[in-house]
Ligand binder design. Structure first.
Ligand code: NAD
Length: 339
């Protein structure tokens, strides 16, 4: 099938081309993000391959359907950027890569926790400038600390397993308990109790109508003072402005982000010669106790291989049977289900 691949970077081309070694599909690369303006580029293609910050709303889907596109193959687990009801109404199938490497995201999460706690990012710069003073670099032992895991699916469970190995006490919160996490010693508690008792909270739930601004000012007001908050799920799971207020008044002790509510205008691009116009993001960058990476938690060789192979397997199955291997439907959002 001819596939219009949007938001492509050199690494996308490398891994997707390798996954299509038998030349079954015809991949057409577009650097541009999918949007109302760029959707016409998919003319002549049966499928569109999109990533996390591509816009797949009703107007885009209407254009794609009008061009004869029958499938949107997401090369991501999350599907919060797709209007699934519109896709269903227009007869455009949507599929995704439900699991590629929970380890990739979990290990990056733990890397953020360790780096933020031990201030590795600050120490790196200091040492390069010949400053070997330790003032300001004081951390805490992770062993014995309480870590709250919100969303104990594939990634949350993997984080819990790693942190159990560090000797952490585990709390968990989810709409459905995962017995594997209970077996690791995690205790399921309500959201407020998790925030009140935890030294570190790490977020691994999908972005759904229920989880948008899950972490808001009211919840942070009930959190343990000095809490470390880590978000590698989706930016809008936290209310960034409320988080900034909590950093300013000391409620929040530190913050690590791999995702940001308005990341679509920033992440995945080299903007080092440009002025950042997003004042909320710019404010976040000024805090010494905030560590941000640009949506790179998934970015391992193993994950990119799996993403590419599953994405093309989805398209192949759709071409052969009329149904992708991993379809996404609007009922999954209503149920707050997996992504
Ligand atoms: P998963 O579906 O295996 O697990 C998600 C868990 O969240 C499930 O157990 C689900 O029951 C729970 N959940 C759903 N609604 C909830 C709610 N209202 N409150 C509490 N828990 C709720 O998904 P996963 O593979 O573990 O991925 C989790 C998220 O991580 C994805 O949705 C995606 O947004 C994000 N992600 C980020 C990156 C990255 O590079 N930063 C990469 C992959 C995935």
């Amino acid at each position: 099938m001819k596939i219009a691949v949007f938001s492509t970077k050199p690494y996308d081309r490398q891994f997707l081309a390798a996954a299509d070694a038998d030349g079954r599909h015809r991949l057409v690369w577009f650097d541009a993000r999918l949007s109302a303006e760029t959707a016409p580029l998919a003319a002549g293609c049966g499928a569109v391959c999109a990533f996390v910050n591509d816009v797949v709303d009703r107007p885009v889907l209407e254009t794609l359907a009008g061009l004869g596109v029958r499938l949107v193959a997401l090369r991501s687990a999350g599907f919060n950027n797709v209007d699934l009801a519109a896709a269903a109404a227009l007869g455009v199938a949507v599929c995704r890569v439900p699991a590629y490497s929970p380890q990739a995201v979990a290990e990056h999460t733990v890397a953020l926790i360790l780096a933020l706690n031990r201030k590795i990012h600050r120490a790196y710069n200091r040492v390069r400038e010949g400053n070997f003073a330790l003032d300001g670099l004081l951390g805490f032992d992770l062993a014995g600390k309480t870590v709250g895991v919100v969303g104990t699916g594939k990634i949350g469970e993997t984080v819990a397993r790693i942190l159990a190995g560090f000797g952490c006490r585990l709390l968990a919160h989810d709409i459905a308990e995962n017995p594997a996490c209970t077996a690791l010693g995690a205790r399921y508690v309500p959201r407020d109790a998790l925030f009140a008792e935890s030294d570190v909270v790490t977020l691994h739930c999908p972005l759904t109508p229920d989880t948008r601004h899950f972490v808001d000012g009211a919840l942070l007001g009930r959190a343990r003072r000095g809490l470390m908050l880590v978000n590698t799920s989706r930016g809008a799971v936290i209310d960034t402005r409320a988080v900034i207020r909590a950093l300013k008044d000391g409620t929040l002790g530190s913050l690590a982000l791999d995702v940001y509510e308005e990341e679509a205008d920033l992440f995945f691009e080299n903007l080092s010669d440009q002025v950042i116009r997003d004042d909320v993001f710019a404010r976040l960058l000024t805090f010494p106790n905030v560590l941000i990476t640009g949506h790179q938690a998934f970015f391992t060789r193993e994950a990119l291989t799996e993403i590419a192979e599953t994405t093309l397997a989805n398209v192949t199955a759709f071409e052969d049977t009329g149904r992708p291997l991993h379809p996404v439907s609007s009922s999954q959002v209503v149920a707050g289900a997996a992504r």
